[in-house]
Design a protein around this ligand. Structure first.
Ligand SMILES: Nc1nc2c(ncn2[C@@H]2O[C@H](COP(=O)(O)OP(=O)(O)O)[C@@H](O)[C@H]2O)c(=O)[nH]1
Ligand SMILES: [Mg+2]
Length: 407
């Protein structure tokens, strides 16, 4: 089987924080990418991008991308995200859409928690006067909801499993792993979470409820890494809350999803020059904009771009992939001289793979046969051979040589 490192990002939070706005802004195509291999298309699943400086300038070639897009030297690499319905307190007990959104969280490899930093939405997601609600509570609430949901799943038959594990002395890790793989939790995380919670692996029946919660909370942190999008920074009450959120043990990205959506829509219509993640925009066709529209754009420039450096949406996407999920980008080529594939397309593809991927593992990502018949790889920068165990670096351009010529 061809190896795939596709990762799914889940956009989560209570209702009305701007999740759908974030999702729409992030997935509004900068331009079509014909070749993206869509899996099942559902209304709340979409394709967004991470942005990385393209290697074509360094190599002084004109590229002809296929699986990604190059806009003025910036590569946009497609990634999938899912807009998860608003989580309300008690979801783990089945309140609200309960199990449906928890089931979507199950599928996600990392979570973007969208918080209303203006403090204008209460615990349940209803509007309240800006500044009234403390968004720190939302962070605690979401952590608890997800952890409690996992606790509930794991607690089923726990006494039986624990007694059995003690009796046959095989340990608790294996039966726990079996329960957890369905939640998208990797096996090595279980042992590590047990260790971090300082629990006796041989005596699971003695774990108290508190021990159990601590263990599962560690599991949650490892298996569903999360960053915080502090949204609605265009509102004046947001600044103080952003500072408070930054003191938490999370990466916090100040954002204005609404501003990004407006800019992408205007760019799509050709009214402005703007790429996701840019620090500014340029009005291209002032004659087609009303005075009101120009004022709205100017307000975005002044309240969001100039204060924050960007709308934050693209930064959140990038940080999710490059930091939270620790991915890198690698460019495979067949012809080292022209940096092209066998059809002469220059730098056709950019793959996102986990940091630590070896040359051979990467070959499997491109094609199973290439992995199976791997001989060596060649680094396009220094033309040196790299062996199968060599770990690839971000922005590497490599050619894989195998025993068989690809059809
Ligand atoms: N001021 C401001 N409002 C926003 C922003 N993002 C979303 N909103 C508004 O917040 C409300 C809820 O947004 P929505 O995306 O539907 O929230 P969801 O329930 O979390 O999906 C809507 O009225 C949006 O227009 C933002 O960046 N700034
Ligand atoms: Mg929504």
């Amino acid at each position: 089987m061809q190896r795939s490192y596709t990762r799914l990002l889940g956009v989560v939070g209570k209702p009305n924080t701007g999740k759908s706005t974030f999702f729409s802004a992030a997935t509004l195509a900068a331009a079509e990418i014909a070749n993206y291999p869509f899996t099942t298309i559902k209304p709340n699943r979409g394709v967004g991008y991470v942005r990385t400086p393209c290697v074509h300038e360094e190599f002084k070639v004109n590229d002809n991308p296929r699986n990604s897009l190059c806009l003025n030297g910036v590569r946009l690499v497609p990634v999938e995200l899912i807009d998860i319905a608003g989580l309300v307190p008690g979801a783990w007990e089945g309140r609200g859409l309960g199990n449906q959104f928890l089931d979507e969280i199950r599928r996600a490899d990392a979570l973007i928690h969208v918080v209303d930093a203006s403090g204008g939405t209460d615990c349940e997601g209803k509007s309240c006067p800006p500044g009234e609600h403390d968004p720190l509570e939302d962070v605690k609430f979401l952590e608890r909801e997800i952890t409690m949901w996992m606790v509930t799943i794991l607690k089923k038959d726990w006494p039986k499993i624990a007694r059995q594990a003690e009796a046959d002395k095989k340990g608790i890790a294996a039966p726990l792993e079996d329960r957890l793989t369905g939640l998208g939790i990797r096996r090595q995380s279980v042992a590590e979470a047990i260790r971090k919670a300082n629990l006796n692996i041989d005596k699971p029946a003695t774990w108290s409820d508190e021990d159990f919660y601590r263990f599962v909370d560690n599991l949650r942190r490892m298996s569903k890494p999360m960053l915080i999008v502090a949204n609605k920074i265009d509102l004046p009450t947001a600044a103080a809350n952003v500072e408070k959120l930054k003191k938490l043990d999370y990466m916090v990205i100040p954002c204005s999803a609404e501003a990004e959506l407006a800019l992408r829509r205007a760019a799509e219509k050709g009214l402005i020059d703007y790429k996701p993640g840019d620090r500014d925009f340029k009005i291209k066709q002032p004659e087609k904009l009303s005075a009101g529209q120009i004022r709205a754009l100017e307000a975005i420039r002044e309240k969001v771009l100039q204060k924050n450096g960007s709308t934050g949406i693209q930064e959140a996407m990038n940080i999710a992939y490059f930091k939270l999920l620790n991915m890198i980008t690698v460019y495979p080529v067949e012809d080292l001289e022209h940096l092209s594939d066998h059809n002469g397309r220059v730098l056709p593809d950019t793959y996102l793979v986990p940091n630590g991927t070896t040359a051979r593992q990467f070959a499997y990502v491109i094609h199973t046969e290439l992995g199976e018949n791997f001989l060596y790889a060649v680094d396009a920068r220094d033309k040196r051979r790299i062996g199968e165990e060599a770990i690839l670096k971000d922005r590497d351009v490599v050619s894989i040589v195998s025993t068989k010529k690809r059809a």
